[in-house]
Write a new protein. Structure first.
Lengths: 335, 335
């Protein structure tokens, strides 16, 4: 569901009706909602940047976090991300199950949250707290559902505060800085989290400067390790907490942990628990929790992860691109 | 030169040396500098949005600007955009030539400006004013040369003010809102212009809110007509002047003029004078200046421009994309 914004533009355009100017606005909204995360330069560069750091670290025999200037890889409390249940009792059961699986911190997001009225949402938050127990760390992700509507988001604050949610994530789209700021001023002690949409340092900087964030969430798959590190350092200066945004593979998890590995104050991290088979199989090993249930960036050269090329080969498709019969691209062999 | 940021990512990466962490930073900078304007969703949507407005306008027999809510298409003073000369005397001659070609407003940009010391830049500004004459409208485009270095930009302010430049455009990258704001506070009566890098309403809104702009420059080829209109209206509320950013075809020029067609206070527009053959040949006619040297959005259905499909066909290349031997895409025939 959170990858719904990577769809081809045509899926939101072809076959649509065009009778009135309102249809143009609707088509615009649908394309932006479904495809705004197609950013080929940023995403390609992010992958290249990870590979560069890994390569240099392997040649030097140093973990990436040390090359970045950190002197230690501190342990973080991993949080399990999952969808809200359709009904509050299902949300309660999901919280309980993650707690039993050893996760003290759990994030609930999307699903029915923000789709109905505030009292239904409040029932989900109460159920999540019950399932998680009194000492659990409760995180809530609204998935940009209110776009830039401050009043709609504000109507959910009381329940979030009563049940001691640590943060409310992405009440609005990343660019709605003014809406974030207005909500942040009404939300204390609840803090706002956001920033996964930032695909370079400056976008994250703007959220830190103008959105009143308590937590800035950075996806190394979107902006690379180099810019993630700049954000982690800038956030530390501005007393904003840095958190990774990672929903898929453990090589992405390692890449995401490097930027804030040495920052003791940034003590929680997102940890993929509902990963697709490809995400699990791409590496020969995973970043497992230790006996205290904590995780850290590997103390091994580079990113400390080995690609499983045999597993990867099973997912390979053969793509060919020709221009006036000259071959522009063909899928390379996996070594 | 201004399209240098649309290069394939590989051109900045393949063949580079990787010996140190500084190399990673350099490769990151080069990729961002050379490729950050590859934004497939925004650019594809912008083209679709123009086509939707054109289609609806043709069906209704109304120009797009009227569908957008404007009750007139006001005439604008077109400015000719050109590069600075290599030496001040060449800059002077270029200003004189555009004035003789009937352009009262001329923008000089890129080339040596900002590459050397402030006194050389001052000599170019003085020469531009001389070439243009006392009553010419002098616009200066720094092409983001100072990135986010306020002091470097501020060293150029005295000459720009002395020679009565109307604006200094893009001293910094679009995202450097704080740098813009700091320079704007020192620049009066000179005003800052920027915004061509904005690929949606919110990015432009942030520049209007936080960058201290006097002029917001919007490229309809990047954000479409719908969002351009939102920016034009928002700028009017905030007493910021709206200007189009258009460097290529006259169909792009028509699309760019629609958003602010009815705004009398937004009285200048960019006008392509160094267009490539494809840009000139894509339409059957051009938006010509009237006897007063002014231009306006066509008073004709839709965008008021007819595509020259015969001319277009000469530029068509045959692209094929296959995935596991299934055809994903092939260049369609031009009707």
């Amino acid at each position: 569901m959170s990858h719904g914004i990577c769809q081809p533009v045509g899926t939101s355009v072809l076959g649509q009706r065009l009778d009135d100017v309102a249809d143009i606005a609707r088509i615009n909204r649908e394309v932006r909602a479904n495809s705004l995360d197609l950013l080929q330069t940023s995403h390609t560069l992010a992958g290249i940047d990870m590979a560069l750091w890994d390569l240099l670290g392997r040649r030097r025999g140093e973990p990436v976090w040390r090359l970045l200037g950190h002197d230690q890889s501190t342990r973080k409390t991993p949080y399990a991300s999952q969808l809200f249940g359709d009904e509050p009792q299902e949300t309660r059961a999901k919280g309980k199950a993650q707690r039993e699986a050893g996760f003290r911190a759990v994030k609930f997001g999307w699903g029915p949250y923000g789709q109905g009225d505030a009292s239904t949402d409040a029932a989900h938050i109460a159920a999540a707290r019950e399932g998680l127990g009194e000492d659990g760390i409760l995180l809530v992700d609204a998935g940009t559902v209110w776009v830039d509507d401050v009043a709609a988001a504000a109507a959910r604050l009381d329940a979030l505060i009563e049940h001691r949610a640590t943060w409310l994530e992405e009440p609005f789209i990343s660019a709605a800085l003014g809406a974030y700021k207005a909500l942040a001023e009404r939300a204390a002690p609840l803090r706002l989290a956001g920033g996964e949409g930032a695909h370079n340092f400056h976008m994250a900087q703007q959220m830190i400067d103008y959105a009143g964030l308590g937590y800035v969430q950075i996806d190394a798959g979107r902006m690379g390790i180099s810019d993630s590190k700049r954000v982690a350092d800038y956030a530390a200066q501005r007393d904003v907490r840095f958190v990774n945004h990672t929903f898929n593979s453990h090589i992405a998890l390692s890449a995401s942990l490097q930027a804030f590995a040495g920052h003791e104050q940034d003590d929680i991290c997102e940890y993929p628990v509902e990963a697709k088979p490809l995400s699990r199989e791409i590496t020969q090993s995973l970043i497992e929790r230790d006996s205290d249930g904590l995780v850290c960036a590997p103390d091994a050269p580079g990113l400390g992860m080995e690609i499983d090329t045999d597993a990867l080969a099973r997912y390979l498709v053969q793509v060919k691109i020709t221009v006036d019969d000259a071959r522009l691209y063909a899928t390379p062999d996996v070594p």
